[in-house]
Design a protein around this ligand. Structure first.
Ligand SMILES: Cc1cc2nc3c(=O)[nH]c(=O)nc-3n(C[C@H](O)[C@H](O)[C@H](O)COP(=O)(O)OP(=O)(O)OC[C@H]3O[C@@H](n4cnc5c(N)ncnc54)[C@H](O)[C@@H]3O)c2cc1C
Length: 505
């Protein structure tokens, strides 16, 4: 198989033209081809650049050309045998899902404990909250089958380069995702589709012998005299384990407290807080691709002032959602359906909060979330026109937020300390230069507090907790990931370490 890079197609042209372009470049008919990578270049007249996988006669003769190389797909298959060791996975978000997948493939006995419910029931609980403001603290946007990424845009972007990215995408495609996610530069699945895909992965894992305990949270860990984990306790029983993988996400405050009480080493880490901004999607499309591409476009903005301010988890054609897991708090986040057709773009705008600025990160965040609730006297989010924020005024919103539980007007000038306020305003001016209209045509909704964990459960080079053996912290809550792909990769990293260690014994 050959990998042929640099095939360019103007935006809007039919992809069936690729074969013609390819054969022109190779000066020979191809037997078959597939897309390996596709990215947009919108600096001038927008066009797509493709890397294509090509099956052609006498492929060696093309290897001397620039942009053409030989391609062999990496093989991640494992020799499956029965391994007489039990792995317990607490938390079934991306890190837990992919750790379970890999360990089950290797032949371990795997038990998954997930605090929240299966997706269908979870959907009902989330729907009830979005419609009527009735929050279930164990089944919500943060907790349940699939973890926090289930009610999201399911963007699959990451800056990490890792061969297992292909493995993760293959698992998604095998369970129903559009094969395009393998090659699109800013691939996303959409909340509607990712829910069905996760259900299928769970069913597949059940067939592979994984035992699932939904709506059963880990409440305690059991340690022997050498501080080795030997079991966990839930409210339904005690379960022995040889390895405990912790993929509990960044909202598992109770579990973090329990681990601290057990003496597990946990350190503070930097985090970020802010708000969501919403704009007409047309404004973003106009700017990003001069309106020539219909699909909902993304942006990524970064301002380097005294502190970093950046856009995060941008959801084109999406909605802002209530993402709290505790009663009487407000937390915003964003999600999109696969079609990304709400007509409104939203994104978090966050400012870095270094760990020196707080004692306890969870208390710091909780205070912001509950102050917002008490200001609003309800689950209505806080909101303001960006232009009013810049001037310190409070007027009716220029358009209604997509946040389903409605909003109340609030002056975000009160939200930040003076120093951060100055940096945020500088950043918004910078963003307005990059996307003209960013200030005048946008609204802000918040607060956004759950973009990353305020703690790290310190682990050693074997990926075990530094002072508690056989405890493997992973994913976002443990401070080793942020986003679906990076957390899924971390789950695989842990599983591979367990598998490799077993093989060496
Ligand atoms: C609304 C929203 C939209 C997002 N959009 C995107 C996006 O488009 N793209 C992207 O890359 N990232 C997105 N993210 C971030 C991404 O979802 C997370 O980074 C990722 O899910 C973290 O994975 P994780 O495995 O570490 O933990 P989580 O996904 O948070 O899962 C942790 C799980 O552990 C369970 N749990 C907690 N405590 C216990 C316990 N004691 N016992 C048993 N189970 C427990 C929880 O119920 C939860 O299901 C979004 C997040 C949110 C909230």
């Amino acid at each position: 198989m050959l990998l042929v890079k640099g095939i360019k197609l103007p935006a809007g042209e039919d992809e069936s033209k690729l074969q013609q372009l390819l054969e022109k470049k190779l000066k020979h008919p191809v037997r078959s081809y597939g897309i390996h990578k596709k990215s947009l270049d919108a600096r001038k007249e927008p066009f797509y650049v493709y890397s294509l996988l090509v099956d052609i006669e006498n492929e060696e003769r093309y290897l001397k050309y620039k942009d053409i190389e030989s391609y062999v797909k990496e093989d991640f298959s494992l020799l499956k045998r029965k391994i007489d060791e039990t792995c317990i996975i607490a938390g079934y978000g991306p890190s837990g899902i992919f750790a379970a997948y890999r360990l089950a493939e290797a032949g371990y006995k795997v038990l998954v404990f997930e605090k929240g419910k299966r997706i269908r029931e979870r959907e009902e609980d989330v729907e009830r909250f979005f419609r009527h403001g009735i929050l279930d603290e164990s089944s919500n946007v943060q907790f349940g089958e699939g973890g926090a990424g289930t009610f999201s845009d399911a963007k699959l972007t990451t800056r990490i380069k890792d061969p297992f990215i292909g493995y993760i995408l293959d698992v998604f495609v095998k369970h129903g995702a559009d094969p395009k996610i393998r090659y699109e530069n800013h691939a996303h699945i959409g909340t509607d589709e990712v829910r069905r895909i996760i259900e299928k992965i769970t069913d597949d894992l059940t067939e592979k012998g994984v035992e699932f305990h939904f709506a059963e949270a880990m409440k305690q860990i059991v340690l022997d005299e050498e501080r080795k984990v030997t079991a966990i306790k839930t409210d339904q029983g005690e379960y022995h384990c040889d390895h405990l993988l912790l993929g509990i996400g960044h909202s598992a405050y109770e579990t973090i407290m329990m681990l601290k009480e057990k003496g597990v080493q946990i350190e503070k880490k930097d985090m970020a807080v802010g708000f969501r901004v919403e704009h007409p999607q047309k404004l973003i499309d106009e700017r990003q691709t001069k309106g020539q591409i219909e699909s909902a476009n993304e942006y990524f903005l970064r301002y380097k002032g005294e502190k970093g301010v950046y856009s995060f988890c941008m959801c084109p054609g999406g909605i802002v959602i209530p993402a709290m897991s505790d009663k009487e708090t407000i937390v915003t986040n964003g999600m999109s359906y696969a079609a990304r057709d709400s007509g409104i773009a939203n994104s978090a705008i966050l400012i870095q909060i270094p760990k020196e600025e707080f004692e306890d990160g969870y208390d710091y965040l909780h205070q912001i979330e509950s102050d917002a609730y008490h200001y609003s006297s309800s689950y209505r989010a806080l909101s303001q026109n960006i232009s009013d924020f810049m001037k310190g005024e409070l007027n009716e919103l220029i358009f209604s937020s997509t946040y389903p539980l409605k909003t109340v007007l609030y002056d975000f000038n009160q939200f930040f300390c003076e120093k951060d306020l100055k940096i945020i305003k500088e950043a918004l001016c910078d963003f307005d230069r990059k996307i003209p209209g960013f200030i005048e045509k946008g609204i802000m909704v918040g607060p956004e507090t759950r973009s990353s964990s305020p703690v790290r459960i310190t682990r050693d080079s074997s990926y075990q907790s530094i002072n508690t053996k056989k405890l493997y912290p992973m994913g976002e809550g443990a401070g080793y990931g942020g986003g679906i792909m990076s957390c899924a990769l971390d789950g695989i990293r842990i599983a591979n370490a367990i598998i490799l260690n077993h093989e060496e014994i």
